[in-house]
Design a protein around this ligand. Structure first.
Ligand SMILES: *Cc1c(COP(=O)(O)O)cnc(C)c1O
Ligand SMILES: [Zn+2]
Length: 405
């Protein structure tokens, strides 16, 4: 069966070179088991960069799957905000997406595809944001949505969104890694999902990642090719997607080099950093960090993330939870509200500057992956500047500058 929607793509194994016609169902290489890359076929792409229209993910439809009907809630077109404290660093604020994280860029493609192939619904394992996004886009499409979550491990804002949008919430004992195992074992047979009613939209799904690569296109339109892009890394799909976006610009002659990709992990959940530094496997048990969106010990896209960092000339680095919290507060003071995982990119940038890995004149884009409201508990742990008063006079004194220094 041919899928017109995907006809400008092939699926190719980055490990053994196996290649097959694009299909929404096949995710792993039947020869070696590696996750397949969805690659654009150059002469089937009609890229008219000067005629791009509209805003957000679908502005770049020339470089995306093109389903007959598109399920969209206005994703993408997020602001790029220059830091006051570091003039060569720009925050790509993904918190302004419809459900408050970059996952929406992927879900608009993934759910449009699910809808066009006629499944009953979609299924995801999640630390929270994938669940919130899948729930909203499925609701929009009139599809069912099953989210599998680690019990007790999901930030309140995200869980609340999954409830609001009517997802079936399944919680399981253990971590996100266990939740993903449950989902993949349920829906994939020999790396393919073609027998099921519920379409898997975790980041193993290459079509979802196609939406996420548009972060690169937006950055390029605003500031060209930065020297560095800092990305918080959990499962490793997003850093790969952004790198892929820049690579495609290069393949289409728009740019002559890609930015160095820096993957940032929390010290208690840093399997990629361990692997980068010589450990035999990108796996750890019992990942721990306050940054729940990147509390992942067995990144399913580890090879994708590794290639993005390696071939771009970047690095994986780790930051402590304290550094993450401080970076979150620092962004807060600049008017940018992000959840803890998102602050890892600024924490990583500051660390890289401090250690001389990069210089202050290097242009860096820091991906702020999700909104502050996602994790209200983390905000309430901050140092509150609270003053209790009981009379109008006290407030008057305060405003006149008599009561506080
Ligand atoms: C999903 C997510 C990440 C991690 O992205 P991966 O593609 O899994 O590496 C980071 N931050 C936030 C806020 C997320 O929702
Ligand atoms: Zn293979």
């Amino acid at each position: 069966m041919r899928f017109e929607t995907l006809n400008k793509y092939v699926l190719k194994c980055p490990r053994c070179g196996f290649e097959t016609e694009a299909s929404p169902y096949i995710m792993r290489c039947p020869k070696c088991g590696e996750l397949l890359d969805a690659l654009l076929i150059a002469d089937k792409v009609k890229l008219r960069w000067n005629e791009l229209r509209g805003r957000g993910v679908w502005r770049y439809r020339d470089l995306l799957p093109e389903p007959n009907s598109i399920v969209s809630i206005g994703e993408g077109a997020t602001p790029l905000i220059r830091l006051r404290s570091h003039g060569n660093a720009y925050i790509k604020f993904e918190g302004t997406n419809p459900t408050g994280s970059f996952k929406d860029r992927g879900m608009t493609i993934g759910v449009s595809l699910a809808s066009s192939i006629g499944v009953k619904g979609v299924i995801v394992a999640s630390t929270g944001n994938t669940a919130a996004s899948a729930a909203a886009y499925s609701a929009r499409a009139g599809l069912n949505c099953i989210v599998v979550l680690p019990k007790g491990g999901v930030a309140k804002g995200k869980l609340g969104q999954a409830i609001l949008h009517g997802a079936s919430i399944v919680d399981i004992p253990g971590t996100f890694d266990n939740a993903l195992e449950y989902v993949l074992d349920t829906v994939l047979i020999n790396g393919s999902a073609d027998h099921i009613n519920y379409y898997p939209l975790n980041s193993i799904n290459p079509w979802r990642l196609e939406g996420q690569k548009t972060i690169a296109y937006e950055v390029f339109e605003e500031v060209g090719v930065p020297d560095y892009v800092f990305v918080p890394v959990g499962n490793g799909g997003n850093i790969y997607a952004i790198w892929k976006g820049f690579r495609e610009l290069m393949e289409h002659g728009m740019i002559d080099h890609v930015p160095k990709m820096i993957g940032v992990q929390a010290s208690g959940a840093a399997p990629m950093v361990r692997y980068w530094n010589g450990a035999g496997e990108a796996k750890i048990e019992n990942p721990r960090t306050i940054a729940s969106a990147i509390r992942i010990g067995k990144p399913v896209n580890w090879f994708r993330a590794y290639r993005a960092v390696k071939y771009s000339g970047g690095a994986f680095i780790e930051v402590s939870d304290d550094e993450i919290i401080r970076a979150q507060a620092m962004l807060g003071k600049e008017g940018i509200g992000v959840e803890p995982a998102s602050a890892a990119s600024l924490a990583g940038y500051l660390k890289a500057l401090g250690e001389g890995l990069i210089g202050p004149s290097d242009k860096a884009v820091l991906i702020a992956t999700g909104h502050a409201l996602k994790d209200p508990d983390a905000l309430l742990m901050g140092n509150a500047n609270m003053i209790s008063i009981s009379s109008i006079n006290e407030l008057r004194n305060l405003v006149m500058g008599n009561a506080i220094a």
